[in-house]
Design a protein around this ligand. Structure first.
Ligand code: ZN
Length: 355
C-alpha cells in the first residue's frame, strides 16, 4: 500500500472522488453510487432504503451490540427557482450558506440533459455606487448566467425549475498534507467511514455504516435510518468548524486543524451520551490518538436524530476540523483524516466493552 504524508494514497483518492461528485441535498445519487462501490467489498450486505439512504451491514456475533455509524452524503448548494426572460436563472439556497460568499462564483447547474457551467453574476465595480459597495447582495437578488440568450434558449439547454446547482470546485493538494475542495462537509466523513470498514478486523459487534441523505436541511435521512436499524449506539462522522484562522477569537471555535479528530460534548441538537463520550475518549487514549473536545457550536449532526430514535440511542460525534465549510471551498488536514479512521476503528472494536 502506498502512503503519502502518513495517509493511504487510496484514501486521498477516495476523498477526491467524493469531493468532486455532486450531491446537493435531495440529489445524492452520484455520491451514493460511489460509496456503494467503495463499501461493497468490506460489508456483508448493502442496500438503499426507500428515501435513498445507503445502508451497509457488517455482521458480528449474535447477541453483540449494534453500532450505527453515519456520514451524510449531501452537500449545501442552490436550486433553480425561476428562469428570467433574458435567460438568467434565479435560485434559492439549499442548506446554510452565507450570502456573501455567493457572488462571482463559478457553478454547475445539473439538468436532465447534463451539467451546465455558469457563474453567479455580479455588477462590476465601475458602475457600483458608493453605498452599493458596502452592502451585501442577498441571494434573492443574485442570478446565474449560463450563457443563454433568453428563457427559451435556457430551457432548450435543459434548465428546469428545481434543478440543483453545485459549486464548481476541483479538489487539490496544497501545502504539506493539506487538501482543498468542496463538500468536505461531509464527504470527509464518508471517506472516513469507507476506510474504517476497510480496516475493521472481524469484530464482535454488528456494524451498520450509513450514508445518509438530506442532513443539511434537517437531519432527515438519519431519522429514518436509525428507526430501521434500531442501534444500541450511534456515532456520526462529520465535519466541524476549525477556528484556527485570522479573525476568529479564542473560544469562538476552539477546534484546530491538524490536532486530531473533534469529539462533540454538546451542540445545538445533542448532548453526547456520557458512555459514548467515554468510549471515544478511552479509545483515543489507548491508541495515543490526539483528540479535541468541542461544545457550543451552532449546528447539529445526524447523531441528534439517531439519539432520539424510538426509545433513545446513546450517541456521539467524531468530526473533522475543516476551515471554511459551507462555502465553495474548504481546507482539511489529511493527518486528521487518518487519525479519525484510527479512532473510529478502535471505538467500534471497544463497543462491546461499554454496551
Ligand atoms: Zn455536515
Amino acid at each position: 500500500m502506498f502512503y503519502l504524508w502518513g495517509i493511504s494514497l487510496k484514501l486521498v483518492e477516495v476523498l477526491e472522488k467524493l469531493s468532486n461528485a455532486n450531491g446537493v441535498t435531495g440529489r445524492e445519487d452520484d455520491v451514493r453510487n460511489l460509496m456503494k462501490n467503495y463499501l461493497k467489498p468490506y460489508v456483508d450486505e448493502i442496500r438503499e432504503d426507500k428515501l435513498g439512504n445507503l445502508i451497509a451491514f457488517k455482521k458480528g456475533k449474535k447477541d453483540a451490540p449494534t453500532v450505527m455509524i453515519a456520514a451524510h452524503m449531501d452537500e449545501v448548494g442552490l436550486m433553480i427557482k425561476n428562469i428570467k426572460k433574458k435567460g438568467f436563472l434565479q435560485f434559492t439556497k439549499i442548506g446554510g450558506i452565507d450570502d456573501r460568499i455567493l457572488l462571482a462564483q463559478q457553478v454547475i447547474v445539473h439538468t436532465d440533459k447534463g451539467p451546465l457551467t455558469g457563474v453567479i453574476g455580479s455588477k462590476p465595480v465601475h458602475i457600483q455606487k458608493e453605498e452599493e459597495r458596502k452592502k451585501v447582495i442577498e441571494a434573492d437578488r443574485l442570478f446565474i448566467d449560463i450563457g443563454a440568450r433568453d428563457k427559451e434558449e435556457a430551457e432548450k439547454m435543459g434548465v428546469q425549475v428545481g434543478d440543483v446547482v453545485s459549486f464548481d470546485t476541483k479538489f487539490a493538494r496544497i501545502g504539506n498534507g493539506v487538501v482543498l475542495g468542496k463538500a468536505f462537509d461531509d464527504r470527509v466523513g464518508c471517506a472516513v467511514m469507507i476506510e474504517t470498514l476497510k480496516r475493521l478486523p472481524k469484530v464482535d459487534c454488528n456494524v451498520y455504516a450509513v450514508g445518509t441523505i438530506q442532513e443539511e436541511v434537517g437531519l432527515r435521512g438519519a431519522t429514518i435510518a436509525a428507526f430501521q436499524i434500531e442501534p444500541d449506539v450511534g456515532i456520526a462522522l462529520d465535519a466541524s468548524v476549525a477556528g484556527d484562522m485570522p479573525g476568529v477569537g479564542e473560544g469562538e471555535a476552539p477546534a484546530k486543524m491538524g490536532e486530531g479528530p473533534v469529539l462533540t460534548v454538546a451542540d445545538a441538537g445533542l448532548i453526547a451520551h456520557p458512555k459514548v463520550l467515554r468510549l471515544l475518549i478511552d479509545s483515543a487514549k489507548e491508541n495515543k490518538i490526539p483528540y479535541q473536545l468541542e461544545t457550543g457550536i451552532r449546528g447539529a449532526t445526524d447523531a441528534a436524530r439517531i439519539a432520539l430514535s424510538r426509545e433513545g440511542v446513546p450517541s456521539g460525534v467524531v468530526s473533522l476540523p475543516a476551515r471554511y465549510i459551507h462555502s465553495p471551498v474548504a481546507v482539511l488536514d489529511l493527518d486528521d483524516v487518518e487519525k479519525a479512521v484510527k479512532l473510529a476503528v478502535a471505538a467500534i472494536e471497544n463497543v462491546p466493552k461499554y454496551f
